[in-house]
Design a protein around this ligand. Sequence first.
Ligand SMILES: Cc1ncc(COP(=O)(O)O)c(C=O)c1O
Length: 357
Amino acid sequence: MGFKITKNTKTRFNDVDWNNLRFGVYFSDHIFISKYKDGKWDDGELVPYGGMTMEPGLCTLHYGQTIFEGLKAFRRTDGNGANLFRPDMNAKRLNRSASLVCIPNYDLPRLIDGMKELVKLDNKFIPKHKGQSLYLRPVVYGSGNFLGVTASAEYTLIVMTSPVASYYAAGLNPVKIMVSDDHVRAVKGGLGAAKTAANYAASLYAGMEAHRKGFSQVLWLDGVNRKDIDEVGAMNMMFVIDGELITPSLEKGTVLAGVTRDTVLTLAHEWGMKVSERDISIDEVVDAHANGKLSEAFGTGTAAVISPVGQLTYKGKDMIINDMKIGPISQKFYDTITGIQYGEAEDKHHWNQHITF
Ligand SMILES: Cc1ncc(COP(=O)(O)O)c(C=O)c1O
C-alpha cells in the first residue's frame, strides 16, 4: 500500500538522550495520520511529528470518545532490520475498542501497513540495545467540535512512535502490588475490555494512593462483589497454583484482552502446561498462598513482557511470593518471548512482521 509521505526538515534525533530513554518521553520524526469525514476514512499519510491545532469545543476533551493501542518494534540482534510484534492483534483490538465507544472501524491491512511504513521511515529511532525498543502508540479520537453527549461525526487516527528503554534496568525485579477493595476500575457491561481513556482516568486515584504506600501498581477486583481478580493497571495477571497456570477469563468483558496474555497462553499450551482461563477470586489466591501452593504470580504486558509479582497486599496483609524472587516459569516466558521479538529464537507462530530498511 503506498502512502503519501511528507518528510520533516529537521530531525528530532539529536534531542533524544539515548543514554536515558525512559518511557514515552521522546518522539520520533513522523506520524501516520488518517481522518474520518462524511462516513469514510481517508487513505492515511505520513507527516512530520508536531503541534496540532484544536478548538475548545473538541468533543473528545469533554466526553472522552477516544481509544488507543500500544505495541513495539524491536531491532533484530542479527542486524537484519526490525520485528514488529503481533501488530495484527493490536489492530484487531483497536477496532474492538472502537466499537465499544462508537468509533468507526479502521481498515486493518491499511493500519498495519501504515505502522510498518512509519517504522521503516523512522528506523534510526529504533534503539540499538537489547531490551530497548520503538514503542508505537496508535490513538483514535472524535475530532468534531460540538457540545452534547453524542458520538462524533469526525475522527482522527494517529500513530506516533517513541524510543523506549528496557523496562528492567538490572534483571527482572519482582514488584509489590496492592489489591484494591475500595476503588473499582470496570464493571460487567462497562468499558473494561476497551483500551479507552476512561479506564485509565478511573485508575489514577487508587494508583497514586498505592504509590504513596510504596506499591508499584494496583490489582483490581471485579466491580460488583470485589472478589474476583480482574487485572493490574497495565497488565493481565497470571498465577501458578499447584503447577497450573491460571488467569482470569475474558468472558465478563471487564479485562483487556492482552496480546502478551495470548502469547503466554499459546506458549503454555505448546509446552504442555495445565492452563485455565477462569474466574479466580482473591480468596483462592490467599488460600493457595497460605497452603504453600502459590509458587509464582506475574503480570503480562507489552511494557515489561513479564513482571514477576513478589508481594501482594490485601486488606493490610502481605503475601510474599517465591521469596520476592523471579520464578522459573516467569523467567522461561520472558526469555522465550524476548528471544522471538529480537529475532534470536524461532518464530513458529509467525508473530513477528519483519521490516527491512
Ligand atoms: C489495562 C491493561 N491490561 C492489560 C494490558 C496488557 O496488554 P498487552 O499485553 O496487549 O500489552 C494493558 C496494556 O496494554 C492494559 O493497559
